[in-house]
Write a protein of this length. Structure first.
Length: 201
């Protein structure tokens, strides 16, 4: 009887071990996945937008500063300047994804970037390869840029200036909710308008 009981306990133990195997593996898998995500955040990994946490914009003044800094990447970009500014604004909007309470402003910037991107493509130089560019202060385009063909460059630059001026007007019109917001949006509009100098050279 004692021998039979030992045999039964052994069989039951084997069955329980077999059943616990997948559960243990599943738990290990979940823990591994969670651990990977945690280490990514701790190391300043990418956000849901694909940008790093270090580049995130958390205030309107910070956004204005970033707009002013776009010139450092795009100043010597030559025929790429229209698309360079488009890419910088696109990237900035991604970095401002967690800047809450300013949806209209971000939409204006998003539309401005898209209009400029389409303008560059409509006037692209088919003989020039797309290129990524880097500035002395470490900025780097996040995608290959399109060059505007030399014969259409002057016209495209005038149209790009008009796009910036329209964005400035929309920003000023959308800032009437409070004096503080009006001042901040004025700074954003001024910073955006400061890039027009690149299109007049």
């Amino acid at each position: 009887m004692f021998r039979l009981s030992k045999t039964m306990f052994a069989c039951v133990g084997v069955v329980l071990l077999f059943m616990a195997g997948p559960v243990l593996a599943q738990s290990t898998g979940e823990g591994s996945s969670s651990g990977t995500g945690g280490s990514s955040e701790a190391g300043g990994g990418t956000s849901s937008t694909g940008r790093t946490a270090a580049t995130q914009v958390s205030s309107v003044p910070q956004l204005s500063t970033r707009i002013s800094q776009m010139k450092s990447l795009c100043t010597d970009s030559g025929g790429f300047v229209v698309d360079c500014l488009a890419e910088r604004i696109e990237t900035l909007v991604l970095d401002a994804s967690d800047l809450h309470g300013h949806q209209e402003m971000k939409q204006i910037l998003r539309d401005t970037a898209e209009d400029r991107r389409q303008l560059a493509r409509a006037n692209s130089d088919r003989t020039a390869p797309r290129a990524r560019i880097t500035s002395p202060d470490g900025q780097r385009s996040t995608r290959p840029l399109v060059a505007v063909t030399p014969s259409r460059r002057a016209t495209a630059h005038r149209q790009a200036i008009a796009i910036l001026e329209e964005a400035e007007t929309k920003l000023l019109r959308s800032s009437t909710q409070s004096a503080a917001r009006a001042s901040q949006y004025q700074q954003v509009a001024n910073a955006l308008g400061s890039n027009k100098v690149l299109l007049r050279s």
